[in-house]
Design a protein around this ligand. Structure first.
Ligand SMILES: Nc1ncnc2c1ncn2[C@@H]1O[C@H](COP(=O)(O)OP(=O)(O)OP(=O)(O)O)[C@@H](O)[C@H]1O
Ligand SMILES: [Mg+2]
Length: 503
């Protein structure tokens, strides 16, 4: 007799006010499998993971662990059953050290109840070594990169004896190198018989890592099967219920307008230096580079967010005062920041408020966009981006990750900016929504807006841009026209291989 599935979902349902997040979902996960979970933004992936990990409880249905029904009512109960979830954010206390977070709940003490620091660090180091992570246990969680925090979460899961780990978009904020490390770790975990439920929008990643795949659509189960028996194209069709058309942007063939943005010798101590670039009306220019190359920092400095920036920025020939967001906004610049939670959105406000809010990133000043026209436009963009929310008055905090990203994008599209600086426009966004976002950017370029876009996804830049600038270690090292750009040529510039041809 074959062993029972490690996990079985039977008729799982979950409703939030206004949405049926999950509707009778049934499928099983084999022991030791790396099971991919894919679906459009809002399909219910995170909700399903959270039910398994005891963070949410299902309204109906049964959860079985090795054939036995379980009802984990809290994350702690799930942990006791050997189930853990690795989150994207806010999993730990940022003010505590790695060691304290790893051993929370079971701090080693000395006589008198004092925490035994030496023992604490020893144990933490052992837990980290277990997954091959080289991290100082004394560091504060708040000082870690996303990748490092993820390692701590995984170490904590393994340390508490997890047999099943849900990973929710673990690679979405990692650099290429960090992603390779993550893959290595995932493979070693499954080799040890640990079962993984792996949520990601990146098909190539799922096809490289996972053995089985489940597709959800609108809270319903669509398909489960061996990954070898399907193709990325089929998966997309199952996900979005239609075939995806990829069209070459039409802005590429139009004549460019006058120069609208010119950056000369822009530097910020310790972040980037000597950046020179120019952008013309109707032009879409990409900014490629590895994580840490200074791409986001450059956008922030142009937008006035870097008080230490030096150099010259001209908008339509007029010098722009550096270090002033007000000046940047008045000149018609807009910035969609990379970290939507920290800089782009106010989670406690509704979709409508967020879109029509002239809240400035990283500033605590609020002003209202009064013009009705802008509000109409806000609705237009949320509709075009197919934001999945009960309605425009829903709180942004309740939206799925990808839908939050769409709201952040809609907010900036709705402002009538002539020059858009966009940082990672499609992070966490499903393939169907990407196919909505690209034509939108194309349309904006056709209207004569100039767009500077940072992306870690090279195919995205190759598809969208007229030319691609490459940054490495805080410097611009290439300006590659579309016709000459390939993933390989850009990667070489980004990584500094063949540096002689880079200048
Ligand atoms: N706490 C909540 N309150 C209200 N609605 C919620 C809440 N959590 C999720 N939802 C809704 O449930 C649906 C499923 O959300 P879920 O986060 O599971 O989607 P997802 O598949 O993980 O999407 P993404 O790819 O964007 O992360 C969405 O419509 C979302 O808006
Ligand atoms: Mg999600």
């Amino acid at each position: 007799m074959s062993p029972p599935p490690q996990i079985e979902f039977r008729g799982i349902a979950k409703r939030f006010p206004g949405v049926q997040a999950l509707d009778g979902v049934s499928f099983s996960v084999a022991p030791g499998s790396c099971h991919a979970l894919i679906g459009e933004n809002g399909a219910g992936k995170s909700t399903l993971g959270k039910i398994l990990a005891g963070i949410l409880s299902a309204d109906a249905g049964t959860l079985l662990l090795e054939g036995r029904p379980i009802t984990p009512a809290t994350p702690l109960e799930a942990r006791a059953l050997g189930i853990a979830m690795v989150h994207q954010e806010l999993a730990f206390c940022p003010n505590l050290s790695v060691a304290e977070n790893l051993c929370l709940g079971d701090l080693p003490t000395r006589r008198g109840g004092w925490v035994d620091r030496a023992a604490l660090h020893r144990r933490a180091r052992a837990l980290l070594a277990e997954i091959g992570a080289d991290l100082d246990p004394a560091r504060l969680i708040g000082s870690l990169s996303t990748a490092q925090e993820q390692l701590v979460q995984i170490a904590a899961a393994i340390g508490t004896g997890a047999r099943v780990i849900v990973m929710d978009e673990p690679s979405s904020s990692l650099s290429a190198g960090e992603t390779r490390e993550l893959f290595r770790l995932v493979r070693s975990l499954t080799a040890r018989g640990i079962t993984l439920v792996y949520v990601s929008h990146r098909l190539e990643e799922l096809f490289a890592l996972c053995d089985t795949l489940t597709v959800l659509r609108d809270g319903r189960h669509v398909w489960t099967g061996p990954i070898r028996q399907t193709t990325p194209g089929e998966v997309v069709t199952r996900m979005i219920g239609r075939e995806l058309r990829v069209e070459t942007p039409t802005h590429l063939t139009q004549t460019l307008g006058a120069e609208v943005l010119r950056v000369e010798d822009l530097s910020s101590p310790g972040r980037f230096s000597g950046v020179e670039l120019s952008l013309r009306a109707g032009e879409v220019v990409g900014l490629a580079g590895l994580v840490g190359a200074g791409r986001s920092e450059t956008l922030q400095a142009i937008f006035g967010l870097d008080p230490r920036a030096e150099g010259r920025v001209f908008v339509r020939g007029q010098p722009l005062r550096l270090g002033s967001v007000d000046a940047a906004l008045a000149a018609g610049l807009g910035l969609l920041p990379e970290d939507r939670k920290r800089q782009g959105l106010v989670l406690g406000l509704t979709c409508r408020e967020n879109v029509s809010l002239a809240a400035l990133p990283a500033l605590s000043r609020f002003g209202w966009v009064r013009r009705a026209a802008e509000r109409t436009q806000a609705r237009h963009f949320s509709e075009r981006l197919r934001v999945k929310a009960p309605n425009i008055e829903s709180l942004v905090a309740g939206l799925s990750g990808g839908n939050q990203q769409k709201i952040a994008l809609a907010k900036w599209l709705a402002r009538s900016c002539d020059i858009l600086l966009i940082d990672e426009p499609t992070r966490g966004v499903d393939v169907g929504a990407k196919a909505e976002i690209y034509p939108l950017l194309d349309e904006l370029a056709r209207e004569g807006k100039a767009i500077l876009v940072v992306s870690s996804e090279l195919p995205e830049l190759l598809g969208l841009c007229r030319r691609i600038l490459v940054m490495r270690a805080g410097r611009l090292v290439g300006d590659v026209p579309r016709a000459d750009a390939t993933e390989a040529s850009l990667m070489r510039l980004m990584a500094g291989v063949a540096a002689d041809c880079a200048a």
